[in-house]
Design a protein around this ligand. Structure first.
Ligand SMILES: [Zn+2]
Length: 250
């Protein structure tokens, strides 16, 4: 019996103790995303988490795998705030065109084309590598209520559009997205857009394209949107492509 116990003790003593880290990346140029200058250092990973970032050398004996990444940059994932993944991202669980650029969060801008609806149901069903965020889109909303009609919305139609936008926001949309060079968003008046994007939310963002607008309309829309933005204290993303529109920003 004593011999058996002794053998068991010897066997347990031989069992390797687990290492502190799974992987160490050494000699990388680290950009931490906090606004600090880049620095050369090491980074340790355990499971699916970065557990240590250091300007000091991390002892390589503490990990199963050590990768020398001298000359390479390590940074947090990038956010693509304007992507046309629309309603098809579920077909690409590993969207390499994004991942290979270091993009780990994709925002479906939805200023054109269709949006998923309900957004929350679609988002929960996704099994894709990057994070994905959605907006409520003017073009989808107007088409849903009015088809491709080129005329002002009636009060009932406007109320119906408001309902869909509000529902989309409730379902987790980041904000309201407008693309005014696309049909049918092209037919929306400034008043209609303003009416559709009024929320007392501080997290609202906004994407806008105004290439097809007259300068005076453009100025009016910008002025009203910026006034709302100030009141709501919300971030807003503005995309324009013509010089005269930038002049309007003054
Ligand atoms: Zn776009």
């Amino acid at each position: 019996m004593r011999i058996i116990i002794f053998i068991l003790l010897v066997l347990s003593a031989c069992k390797p103790t687990p290492k502190q880290y799974d992987i160490i990346f050494t000699n990388g140029t680290i950009v931490d995303g906090l606004g600090n200058d880049a620095f050369v250092g090491d980074l340790a990973i355990k499971g699916d988490k970065i557990v240590k970032v250091s300007t000091e050398k991390i002892n390589p004996d503490q990990a199963d795998t050590v990768v020398d990444i001298r000359g390479k940059i390590v940074s947090p994932g990038f956010i693509d705030s304007h992507a046309h993944i629309q309603t098809t991202i579920h077909q690409y669980p590993q969207p390499e065109n994004f991942l290979r650029q270091g993009i780990t969060t994709i925002c479906a801008s939805l200023h054109s084309g269709d949006q998923p609806y309900p957004i929350d149901k679609y988002a929960v069903s996704l099994k894709v590598a990057p994070n994905v965020a959605f907006f409520s889109g003017l073009n989808w909303t107007r088409k849903k209520v009015m088809g491709l009609e080129n005329r002002p919305a009636t009060k009932e139609e406007l109320d119906s559009m408001k309902y869909y936008v509000e529902q989309s926001m409730e379902q987790g949309a980041l904000g309201f997205s407008v693309g005014q060079i696309y049909v049918p968003g092209l037919y929306s008046s400034t008043e209609e857009i303003i009416a559709l994007q009024k929320w007392p939310q501080s997290t609202m963002a906004f994407t806008l394209r105004t290439c097809a607008m007259k300068e005076v309309d453009c100025y009016l829309l910008f002025a009203k949107l910026f006034e709302l933005q100030r009141k709501q204290r919300c971030p807003r993303k503005l995309i324009t492509s013509k010089q005269r529109e930038w002049r309007s920003l003054d």
